[in-house]
Design a protein around this ligand. Structure first.
Ligand SMILES: NC(=O)c1ccc[n+]([C@@H]2O[C@H](COP(=O)([O-])OP(=O)(O)OC[C@H]3O[C@@H](n4cnc5c(N)ncnc54)[C@H](OP(=O)(O)O)[C@@H]3O)[C@@H](O)[C@H]2O)c1
Length: 312
């Protein structure tokens, strides 16, 4: 099988395309013929070595968390999917990866049937970023209809899913993004948009039930002033101020650490099938151009998702 391999941490050019033996599934795993993957910031953070304390020093390795593809074999304990099923999901990005390859193995507990109305590229856009948005809003924020929700990075990978999910939940949604992206933010469902290059949303007079700082740039303390009493600030990156917020009973800070699981993939898949959550795809790169895809993602200026086409 063809795979993008790294032999050390480094710049995007550290990838080499190689022919390797196909991995075989353990009893709890499925073997997947990968059709498409995507780039998440954790992929380039792993590649660069900036999270070596999580990713370790085992080389060579294949990166890539998100996948859509077809089950080609199942371990003896796998029950809910079978060979031939079209599935999607994500593996632990920093410690396992494997999706930048034609064949990978992943625990069956981290896959679900692919949403029927999505193609391979659209399905590969969803898993890690989509579940981060879903788990942040529903599991950490306990979102409900009528809430006022503010989302930073409203047109980025996580943020563009969060905007659509908050809208689907019946909330009033405020997005924060660059002024060049305000039109997209409105199209995604934002009722109000703050271009961060023109105004600071923390100076506005509105108060929010949930502030989802998807880009983790604004901080609990700096957002606290515009949180309603009993409101929740949620970040994608942990910080001491979030820990300290536990001592405030009235405005909580939370950190989302996404975990792959079949049940949440099914819920988000249903939202897609219902037309409520649509992945926005900025670019599609072949596996041979994985370096360009990572370099683009590292600009932090991506709208929606970057897809890696693994095979036709
Ligand atoms: N803890 C977890 O489980 C978890 C899971 C997923 C992601 N994450 C983390 O969450 C972060 C976002 O991930 P992602 O996939 O959404 O990244 P992404 O797709 O690369 O999105 C980056 C977004 O950041 C926006 N941005 C840059 N500077 C900004 C600013 N000052 N204010 C507001 N928006 C700004 C950009 O929008 P403009 O072009 O409009 O500036 C772009 O849309 C990353 O740090 C990632 O590692 C954590």
């Amino acid at each position: 099988m063809k795979a993008a391999v790294i032999h050390k941490y480094g710049k995007p050019t550290v990838f080499t395309i190689k022919s390797l033996q196909e991995p075989m599934p353990r009893p709890d795993e499925v073997q997947i013929r990968v059709m498409a993957s995507s780039v998440n910031p954790i992929d380039y953070k792993t590649r660069s070595g900036s999270i070596f304390f999580m990713s370790g020093f085992k080389f060579p390795r294949i990166l890539g968390a998100d996948f859509s593809g077809v089950v080609s074999a199942c371990g003896s304990q796998v029950q809910h999917v079978k060979p031939g099923d079209e599935i999607y999901g994500f593996s632990s990005a920093a410690t396992k990866g494997g999706a930048y390859a034609e064949v990978m193995c992943c625990p069956a507990s981290k896959v679900a049937l692919k949403p029927t109305l999505l193609n391979d590229h659209q399905a590969a856009a969803i898993p890690l970023a989509g579940l981060t948005a879903y788990q942040a809003l529903h599991r950490e924020g306990h979102i409900s209809s009528g809430m006022r929700v503010l989302i930073t990075g409203a047109t980025g990978g996580v943020g563009h899913f969060a905007v659509q999910m908050a809208k689907a939940a019946g909330c009033h949604v405020t997005g924060v993004c660059h002024s060049r992206n305000t039109k997209l933010a409105t199209t995604l469902g934002c009722d109000e948009v703050f271009p961060y290059d023109q105004s600071d949303f923390r100076n506005n007079d509105h108060h929010y039930d949930i502030i989802f700082d998807a880009v983790a740039k604004y901080g609990y303390w700096r957002c606290r002033r515009i949180l309603k009493v009993n409101g929740t600030y949620i970040s994608t990156i942990p910080s001491p101020s979030i820990l300290l917020s536990k001592f405030s009973s009235r405005r909580q800070g939370r950190f989302i650490s996404v975990h792959a699981n079949t049940a949440d993939l099914e819920i988000v898949g249903q939202l897609s099938n219902d037309g409520l959550v649509n992945p926005f795809i900025e670019n599609i790169f072949p596996l041979s151009d994985i370096a360009q895809a990572h370099a683009l993602s590292e600009t932090s200026r991506v709208r929606g998702k970057i897809i890696i086409q693994i095979q036709d």
